[in-house]
Design a protein around this ligand. Structure first.
Ligand code: GLA
Length: 437
């Protein structure tokens, strides 16, 4: 169903122009003002401001969609929780286990009935899973949408928002992905705002803390207003495919890793504690085996680069792969605590492009302890020698910096003015820089 929807999606020329203009405007602002203040715009939500005070760092966890699609059940969720406890993912910060579409009992329109779970897939019910997650130091997420049906055709929450919010709370749910399925492409801002306001309001009124993901494809520039309506993260584009760099968009809809990176370039100002640009769930380790996503899979290095980028972009880290059977390389990628720390930094800054030319792309951001993070990405197919200069590229008035390579887990030494390194095709070398005398 989501694939069918995807084929209908087309960017209009005016949207392209608007985006280009927005990027140009934003790129003139200074890094720090970008990082700290959302720019003033005339798109103040037509509704009262809401804020649930949650997700001060980007949510981390697992979501069922990228690997399993709607083929989910109680056994899978219990085994996933157990696996994440045992393999160290929970302790590395991945605490959300999110049921995506396919947990519901009924297909088609709501027919005036309470939303119900599929009793064959989930014989003990959803609350049982939430309690199981909580007992294991984790949290449970659920999925619904503002249509009469969800993207995969199950009964949606339209017209029943309060009833559903209260039911999710009574199940002890911690996270809701509320998915408008890339609909509303032509809708006005106010119409789309109303859709999310109607769910955000009863969620906030309920005493149970529930993180809200306003899932959408970026139509009406959702990043400009969703945070003010109580959303904690919002998708910036269509679905990711299991590709690092597929020529053009698959089916005119799917974004590969580099497409998504470029889509979010210029949106740094909207990222802040509690309010995150969402670059979509991780494809790390899918290896072309997803039951739902299109894509041929990527190499270990490409998946590692994807993970590094999502980390420094301070976007939610929701892994989509089957965590019950991770190979060593994939587990090492997902649990690199030095990389995760960049994502979970209290400043919540989305790294921005500081240098780009040919296949060389450097992104950077400051950290709360005064250090800086730099990702040196090679987008091309040949090895590149990449250098980053403290002053010219980062604007840092540092003479010397101590350089740590976060994938080698090694201090590389003290460097004057710049650091230079060979970066193989589709690799990102990630450095943490500390000012040094
Ligand atoms: C849309 C979303 C996906 C997933 C599916 C479920 O396509 O973008 O992430 O939630 O719906 O049907």
């Amino acid at each position: 169903m989501s694939k069918l929807l995807g084929k209908q999606m087309k960017f209009t020329i005016s949207q392209h122009l608007f985006r280009i203009l927005a990027v140009l405007l934003l790129s003139t602002a200074s890094f720090f003002s970008q990082a700290q203040d959302t720019p003033k715009n005339e798109n103040i939500p037509a509704f009262e401001k809401l804020n649930n005070g949650l997700a001060k760092t980007p949510p981390m966890g697992w979501s069922s969609w990228n690997q399993f699609g709607v083929e989910i059940n109680e056994k899978l969720i219990i085994e996933t929780i157990d696996a994440m406890v045992q393999n160290g993912m929970r302790d590395a910060g991945y605490v959300y286990v999110n049921l995506d579409d396919g947990w519901q009992a009924d297909k088609g329109e709501r027919q005036n009935k309470p939303l119900d779970y599929d009793r064959e897939k989930f014989p003990k019910g959803i609350k049982y899973l939430a309690d199981y997650a909580h007992k294991n130091g984790m949290k449970l997420g659920i999925y619904s949408g503002p249509g009469e049906t969800t993207c995969a055709g199950y009964a949606g929450s339209q017209g029943y928002e309060k009833q559903d919010a209260d039911m999710f709370a009574s199940w002890n749910i911690d996270h809701l992905k509320y998915d408008a399925c890339c609909s509303h492409e032509k809708a006005s801002k106010v119409e789309v705002q109303e859709v999310f306001y109607k769910m955000s309001k009863p969620l906030i009124e309920n005493p149970k803390d529930i993180v809200l993901h306003a899932c959408h494809c970026g139509w009406t520039d959702i990043w400009e207003w969703a945070g003010d309506l109580g959303a904690n993260h919002w998708r910036i584009g269509q679905d990711i495919s299991d590709d690092f760099d597929y020529p053009k968009n698959r089916e005119g809809y799917y974004f590969d890793v580099l497409d998504m990176l470029d889509r979010g370039d210029g949106l740094e100002a909207y990222n802040k504690p509690g309010q995150w640009n969402d670059f979509d769930m991780l494809i790390v380790g899918l290896n072309g085996q997803s039951k739902e996503l299109v894509g041929a899979g990527a190499s270990n290095i490409e998946y590692r680069t994807h993970f590094s980028l999502w980390a420094i972009l301070s976007t939610p880290l929701l892994t989509g792969t089957d965590v019950r059977s991770l190979d060593g390389f994939t587990l090492d990628t997902l649990t690199n605590t030095e990389i995760i720390a960049l994502n979970q930094d209290s400043l919540g800054i989305q790294a921005k492009t500081v240098k780009r030319g040919g296949n060389i792309h450097i992104l950077a951001k400051p950290m709360s302890d005064g250090s800086w993070v730099v990702a040196m990405l090679n987008r091309g197919s040949e090895t590149e020698l990449i250098s980053v200069r403290w002053l010219n590229d980062l604007g840092l008035d540092w003479n010397k910096a101590s350089v740590r390579d976060l994938w080698k887990h090694k201090d590389m030494g003290i460097y004057e003015e710049q650091y230079q390194v060979e970066v193989i095709s589709h690799q990102a070398v990630v450095l943490r820089l500390y000012p040094t005398k």
